[in-house]
Design a protein around this ligand. Sequence first.
Ligand SMILES: C[S@@+](CC[C@H](N)C(=O)[O-])C[C@H]1O[C@@H](n2cnc3c(N)ncnc32)[C@H](O)[C@@H]1O
Length: 370
Amino acid sequence: MSTNRLKARLEDRIRLTGPISVADYMTTCLADPEDGYYTTSPEPFGRDGDFITAPEVSQMFGELIGGWVVATWIAMGAPSPVRLVELGPGRGTLMADILRTARLRPAFMDAVAVHLVEVSPKLRHRQGETLGGVAGALKSAPQWHDHLSAVPEGPTILIANEFFDALPIRQFVKTAKGWCERVVGLDAAGHLAFGVSSVALAEGLVPASARAAAVGAILEVSPASAAITAEIGTRIAAQRGAALLIDYGYLRSGEGDTLQALSRHAFADPLAEPGKADLTAHVDFEALARAGMQAGADAMAPLTQGEFLLRLGLLERAGQLGAGKDAATQERLRGEVERLAAPDQMGELFKVLALATPGLVPPGFERRGK
Ligand SMILES: C[S@@+](CC[C@H](N)C(=O)[O-])C[C@H]1O[C@@H](n2cnc3c(N)ncnc32)[C@H](O)[C@@H]1O
């Protein structure tokens, strides 16, 4: 019998009703109301947590995005009100840095209504604390929602940093009899183990690009990510606006197993400690762009995070912050620039996709080729 409560519950459930999909496993591990990672983990982000995200690396990340938000609002014709929506705001650091920068434009602060979409009650509380200082400059207090659909209608600028990697994926494995779903079942000793379903997908459901794959290849799809991106696309196509989606992932849909568990900055076995480690998958940016476009939005050509931040003025901002400061501060800023933008750090692994109302090209982007 496992001492991990969630593991024991999962094993009991599988014993009773059979193997579950990888998506179902991820959802349970991350969001179980009693034992899920996001519901129980006290502070997953930052140097003391399991991983560190770009806003926690440097204030420059949120400041540059703050400038992007205001420039996008102006490009939209400066609507009032405008909804500034963040999906999965973590500790609230990104939104606080955005608003600190946006305060330089009082007309924007008069127009903006902040909406945070967050599942974790603990993180909502933390976000409220982080935003405490800057929220006083807003006309209306930030509002929290369980889902994007609860955000009132109207012109919208939406930000999501490291949100999509936390959404569940389904995996399919190419076997001798075709593509079968990868599942989480039990091994002979009754412990969690990966397996494959016995029934293969109908040939018509397999993407043309995957038909020639070798036995053993793995294909990932994220219906949850596609559904949320379609919702974003529908909203900004109908009500004006833009969305900035930043995450680690790949530009072209392809094959490969990207499911990973992170615990205290190290990779872990995804089945070892359900609910105790963060579980993520790389994001398929081609699939996100497709979902947004099918919903009626325009997709811009995706950029690497390094290119995006350099276009927004990362080096200039570091120069401003470092001017006249001691050597240690300048060294720290240099380190932050490297961490955010260097190709061997976050600069290339992370990608940035913008979706926009047809006709609007958000600053820093070009429209995607056909
Ligand atoms: C990896 S963290 C990213 C945090 C933050 N954006 C940052 O950059 O530091 C993922 C965030 O998404 C939230 N989250 C995960 N799944 C969610 C869902 N289905 N709906 C809303 N929020 C979700 C988590 O609670 C957390 O705040």
